[in-house]
Design a protein around this ligand. Structure first.
Ligand code: SAH
Length: 409
C-alpha cells in the first residue's frame, strides 16, 4: 500500500503536472466522519471542522479523523455549500491517470445497451466516483457537462481520459452556469473540443429518432433519465388519446405513438421545445399518430382544461431547486395531480413524475396517491419507478427522479 507521501506525489506530479499543489488537510465533525465512512460523497461546509489552508476550487484534500488517521480524499470547493466531494475513502492511493481510467472503465462495464439506443449516460457523476462530472453520448457526439470546479482545473487530463475510453468522433464541453467565470479565467469555453460537429445531433432511443441540442439544450441536450419510463408509457398507450404535459421535445409522445396511441397532445411553455417535438415526429415518418402542440403555461392550462384524455403524462421541471421551495413545490404538485385526474376518462391512466431533489420519493408517491383518494374515484397503482439504469444513484440525494402510474378503472 503506498504511503501518504506517494499519494501526495502521485497527485502532484503524475495527475496535475504544472499545477502541483500540496493537498489540503481537512478534519470533519464526528457526524460527517461517519457519513464519509459510509460512502456518502458530499461534505457540507458546516461539517468541516478545520482545513489547513483556505484552498482554491478543485484542490485535492486529504481527510483525517480524530485519531489522525487518513480517512480518504476529495475535491475541495470553498465556493460551494458542498465544500468537499469525496473521490476515495480509505488509506492513501495515487490518484493518477490510471486511477481515473480504471474508474471510467468500471462505469462502462456497468452499462449494456441494445443497438436500438445510442443516446445514453456514460458516466453519472458523484455516484460513479467522478463528482460533478457527467458524460452523455448521442450517436457520434459525446457531451461532457462540468458541474464542479475540480474538472475545470484538470480539464486537459480528464479530456484525455475520456478520449481514451470512448474515442468520441465529436466532444462537446458544457459548463454549469455558476462555473463560467472560473472557466473563462482558465481559458475554457463551452463548445466543441477538437473537430467541430453538429449542434443538433440525431440519435435513437429504443429505435425512435430524436434530436439532441448538444450545444445549447437543457442538461446535455435531452432528458435521458426518463428513457425507461417512456418505454413503460409506450406499453400502455395503445388506442389511447394521450396528453403530455411539460412535454419538452415530445420524448413521451413519440414513445406513446410507437405504442399505438390514437393521438398525442404536447403542452409546453417553450415554443422552441414544441418545435423540437414537431421535428422529432418528422424524423419518424413511420409513426402516424395524430400530433398536436399547445404552447401554454401548463399550470393554468390544466386548471382550465375541460377536455378528457385516456393517458396523461405530467413531468414538470424541478419545482424545488432549494430546500426552502419545498412547501410551494408540494402544493404545486398536488394541484397538478388533482387537475390531471379530473381530465382522465374512465379507464384512464395518470403517469406522474417529479425531478425535484428536495422532494423525497416516499413523499411524492404519497402525494400522488392522496390526490387519487381525494378524487373519490376507484384507482389502482400500476407501477413506481425512478431514473433509467444508466443513471445509477450511489446515495439518497442522487435519487432525484421518481415516477408513478395510476389507473382509474
Ligand atoms: N418530459 C420531458 C422533459 C420535461 S422537462 C421529456 O421526457 O423529455 C420540463 C419542461 O417543462 C421543459 O420543456 C420546460 O420548457 C417546460 N416548462 C417549464 N415551465 C413550464 C410551465 N409553466 N408550463 C409549461 N411548460 C413548462
Amino acid at each position: 500500500m503506498p504511503d501518504l507521501r506517494d499519494c501526495v506525489w502521485g497527485v502532484g506530479l503524475s495527475w496535475s503536472a504544472g499545477m502541483a499543489r500540496r493537498p489540503l488537510k481537512v478534519r470533519l465533525f464526528p457526524r460527517a466522519e461517519s457519513t464519509v465512512r459510509s460512502g456518502h460523497p458530499w461534505v457540507f461546509k458546516d461539517s468541516v471542522k478545520s482545513v489547513s489552508d483556505p484552498g482554491s476550487p478543485g484542490d485535492l484534500a486529504v481527510v483525517y479523523d480524530r485519531q489522525d488517521r487518513m480517512m480518504g480524499m476529495g475535491f475541495w470547493d470553498p465556493d460551494s455549500p458542498i465544500a468537499l466531494r469525496m473521490i476515495h475513502v480509505g488509506a492513501a492511493v495515487a490518484i493518477d491517470r490510471e486511477w481515473w481510467l480504471r474508474r471510467m472503465r468500471e462505469a462502462v462495464g456497468r452499462r449494456d445497451f441494445e443497438a436500438s439506443t445510442d443516446g445514453y449516460r456514460c458516466l453519472n457523476g458523484d455516484s460513479e466516483g467522478f463528482p460533478g462530472l457527467v458524460v452523455d453520448r448521442y450517436a457520434d457526439t459525446w457531451v461532457v457537462k462540468v458541474y464542479s470546479a475540480a474538472w475545470l482545473v484538470r480539464w486537459a487530463e480528464i479530456e484525455e481520459v475520456i478520449r481514451e475510453i470512448f474515442a468520441p468522433l465529436h466532444l462537446v464541453r458544457r459548463i454549469a452556469r455558476n462555473l463560467l467565470p472560473l472557466a473563462r479565467e482558465l481559458g475554457l469555453e463551452e463548445g466543441f473540443c477538437g473537430a467541430e460537429g453538429r449542434e443538433i445531433v440525431v440519435f435513437r432511443e429504443h429505435g425512435i429518432r430524436f434530436e439532441a441540442m448538444v450545444r445549447h439544450g437543457q442538461k446535455t441536450g435531452f432528458f435521458l433519465d426518463q428513457r425507461d419510463n417512456r418505454n413503460r408509457v409506450a406499453e400502455m398507450a395503445a388506442g389511447r388519446e394521450v396528453l403530455n404535459v411539460f412535454s419538452f421535445s415530445g420524448g413521451f409522445s413519440l414513445h406513446a405513438a410507437k405504442g399505438g396511441a390514437q393521438s398525442v397532445t404536447d403542452v409546453d411553455i417553450s415554443e422552441h421545445a414544441l418545435a423540437g417535438a414537431v421535428r422529432n415526429f418528422a424524423l419518424n415518418p413511420g409513426l402516424r399518430t395524430r400530433h398536436e402542440t399547445v404552447q401554454a403555461d401548463a399550470f393554468a392550462w390544466m386548471a382550465g382544461s375541460r377536455r378528457q384524455w385516456d393517458l396523461i403524462v405530467v413531468d414538470p421541471p424541478s419545482l424545488a431547486k432549494r430546500e426552502k421551495d419545498r412547501a410551494g413545490a408540494l402544493a404545486a404538485y398536488r394541484k397538478l395531480q388533482v387537475d390531471a385526474i379530473r381530465c382522465l376518462r374512465p379507464g384512464g391512466i395518470l403517469v406522474s413524475a417529479s425531478c425535484s431533489a428536495h422532494v423525497r420519493k416516499d413523499e411524492f408517491f404519497k402525494l400522488v396517491s392522496a390526490a387519487a383518494v381525494q378524487s373519490g374515484r376507484k384507482w389502482r397503482e400500476i407501477w413506481r419507478s425512478g431514473h433509467a439504469a444508466d443513471h445509477p444513484a450511489g446515495f439518497p440525494e442522487a435519487e432525484y427522479l421518481k415516477a408513478m402510474a395510476i389507473g382509474f378503472p
